[in-house]
Design a protein around this ligand. Structure first.
Ligand SMILES: [Zn+2]
Length: 241
């Protein structure tokens, strides 16, 4: 019986792929990052009380983003996407724009994007690039003044999770491929999502994660993404016929 879902290549990434570009994460220092508490700057229920601090924090992240560059792993993922086009779905937990700057198109950013802002009145999402947000800045569409970084906060809605789950449907096709790169697998429980699917599975992390069952995977690379990515590209080309 033919599979009802078409085969796809899904590349799912986390902070590990951007670490080699010098981008740090909240989790690098026990939830404290340069003296900000994660609950103050990433909480849907309290962020408006901490409005200035929230913007100060994301302003700094945005400015730092201007100084970093995509690495070889981002470039290889971009070239895989270019080669397989709509057969390849790029999903990332990262809020940086490294994939886009490597030329990768149609990236699903599960947790938002640092270079964008969201108007709290009309819901418009607009680009701010690497600029600081100032309290005098207003929504380009409706001129409202309450603006939120386009980042998924704890307790907030994450609309792109639906895109992820519908992409994961394709993993039921045994001819599909999933590549997991640079994630502990605890924020999104990737191991649980892959448990019952028969597709070809590739894992690349720096080291073993307690949240990922490596026995699920057909290929496992415990090394930097920049050295694993050529092998992953080859594995895909071998399996994808
Ligand atoms: Zn607006």
């Amino acid at each position: 019986m033919p599979n009802i879902v078409s085969k796809k290549i899904i590349i799912f990434s986390g902070a590990g792929i951007s670490a080699e570009s010098g981008i740090k994460t909240f989790r690098d220092s026990d939830g404290l990052w340069e003296n900000y508490k994660i609950e103050d700057i990433c909480n849907q229920y309290t962020w408006e009380q901490n409005y200035d601090t929230v913007h100060e924090f994301y302003n700094q992240r945005r400015l730092q983003l201007a100084d970093v560059k995509p690495n070889y792993a981002h470039e290889i993922v971009a070239s895989i996407k270019e080669k397989y086009q709509d057969d390849c779905i790029i999903i990332t937990q990262n809020v940086d724009d490294m994939f886009e700057r490597a030329g990768c198109k149609d990236v699903i950013h599960l947790h938002g994007e640092l270079t964008k802002m969201e108007c709290m009145a009309c819901g418009d999402i607009f680009s701010i690039g690497y600029k600081e947000f100032k309290n005098t800045d207003t929504c380009p569409k409706c001129s409202h003044t309450k603006i939120k970084p386009f980042i998924v906060f704890f307790g907030g809605s994450a609309p792109y999770y639906a895109n992820m789950y519908s992409a994961f449907e394709h993993l039921q096709n045994e001819d599909s491929i999933v590549v997991v790169i640079g994630t502990l697998g605890n924020v999104i429980q990737i191991s649980a999502n892959l448990e019952l699917v028969e597709c070809y599975k590739i894992l690349n992390n720096l080291e073993i994660s307690p949240y990922i069952d490596e026995s699920q995977f057909d290929k496992v690379y415990y090394e930097e993404a920049t050295t694993a990515c050529d092998k992953i590209e080859f594995d895909i080309s071998e399996f994808w016929l």
